[in-house]
Design a protein around this ligand. Structure first.
Ligand code: NAI
Ligand code: MG
Length: 338
């Protein structure tokens, strides 16, 4: 009962951290049967594009992918890998859990999740210039759309996630006081969907600017946050900053046709090949992937091993103030899993 899954090593530190994660998933006894495919610079080298057809074909088949960071080549006119994937696989939900693993960051005991709508809102990029007096490009016009269907779907996703993961509360984050229609439709649909979960999951509403302030002054107030695209983009980077930054931030892109799991960080060319990259963000992404396929037991075992090794035993890479190499951290984690 192996579960086929696509593996994209990625660029820069990608091969180092994916090797660590695949090794640890092996030790854990994770059920994934990897189909290795290329992407990013490796994809361009092998097939001429950053997201080659055999890679897309593999994800179409498996519906499941673990993706290392991909370097985006600048100025070569390639379409963004992320945009291509979102469109191809309908990746409408971006899930970013934020949990304290190492103490001594800005806050302790943080455990919250941001669910960001991933395909609508202002990121539809309907924008152009308009004339302003003599200046033909004196005005910038931008527009977006939020559909009732998609607003309801993303809020339902957040409530279902809350139920499946023992969460207690979902906060609908909006700006409906000003954008009465554009953001109002999200709040209306959010309230409607939330009513279906009454008595099981609590619901709360928060205006986005107030939410940003509270995330910094009192982040423990929050459990699951669900919001539209732009707000979610900004708030989920903010929450990563609460717990130690990029090396600790996993992400999942969940869609109708596939789910793609990754670290939030990029390919870190400045430290690539030195054996010092932190594999934890991608490892935590693989834990989300295990939960996604229903293996909560393995996901918890993996989280516990990370907690033990990184938090209690203080085996940490340099980005977390430690001295451990990628290999040393991987060995300590493997030991804890055995
Ligand atoms: P980056 O996230 O790669 O690096 C920012 C800083 O964080 C660097 O100093 C790096 O050394 C450090 N860092 C990142 N991940 C780390 C880890 N696991 N362990 C230790 N240190 C780590 O962002 P940057 O430099 O802006 O982008 C580099 C490339 O990655 C670009 O081509 C960019 O387009 C791409 N990128 C790809 C993403 C993806 O595939 N999901 C996301 C973000 C950037
Ligand atoms: Mg962002």
């Amino acid at each position: 009962n192996a579960i086929p899954a696509t593996l994209i090593e990625g660029d820069g530190i990608g091969p180092e951290i994916t090797a660590a994660v695949v090794e640890l998933l092996d030790v854990l006894g994770a059920p994934f049967a990897w189909d290795r495919q290329s992407g990013g610079l490796a994809g361009i080298e092998a097939h001429g594009v950053p997201l080659p057809e055999p890679t897309l074909e593999s994800i179409r088949r498996t519906g499941l992918a673990l993706k290392g960071p991909l370097t985006t080549p600048v100025g070569q006119g390639f379409k963004s890998v992320n945009v291509t994937m979102r469109q191809e696989f309908g990746l409408y939900a971006n899930l970013r859990p934020t949990k304290t693993v190492v103490s001594g960051c800005r806050f302790d005991n943080i455990d919250l999740v941001v669910v960001r709508e991933n395909i609508e809102g202002l990121y539809a990029a309907m924008e152009h210039y308009l004339p302003d007096g003599d200046d033909p490009k004196g005005l910038a016009y931008g527009a977006g759309f939020n559909s009732r269907r998609e607003c309801a779907r993303i809020v339902r996703f957040a409530f279902e996630y809350a139920l499946a993961n023992g969460r207690k509360k979902v906060t609908l984050v909006h700006k409906a006081n000003i954008l009465k229609i554009f953001s109002g439709i999200f709040l209306e649909e959010g309230r409607r969907v939330a009513a279906e979960y009454a008595g099981r999951i609590a619901v709360e509403e928060r205006i986005v600017d107030a939410c940003a302030m509270q995330l910094v002054t009192d982040p423990w107030k929050y459990d699951v946050i669900v919001t539209t695209n732009l707000f979610g983009d900004i708030l989920s980077d903010l929450t990563a900053g609460l717990v130690g930054g990029l090396g600790m931030a996993p992400g999942a892109n969940i869609g109708t046709k596939a789910a793609v799991f990754e670290a939030v960080h990029g390919s870190a060319p400045d430290i690539a090949g030195q054996g010092i990259a932190n594999p934890l963000a991608l490892l935590m992404a693989s834990s989300l992937m295990l939960a996604h396929v229903g293996r909560f037991d393995l996901s918890h075992r993996l989280d516990d091993a990370i907690e033990k090794v990184v938090h209690r035993d203080s085996v940490r890479t340099r980005d977390l103030g430690g001295q451990a190499t990628t290999k040393e951290l991987t060995q300590a984690l493997a030991q804890a899993l055995r």
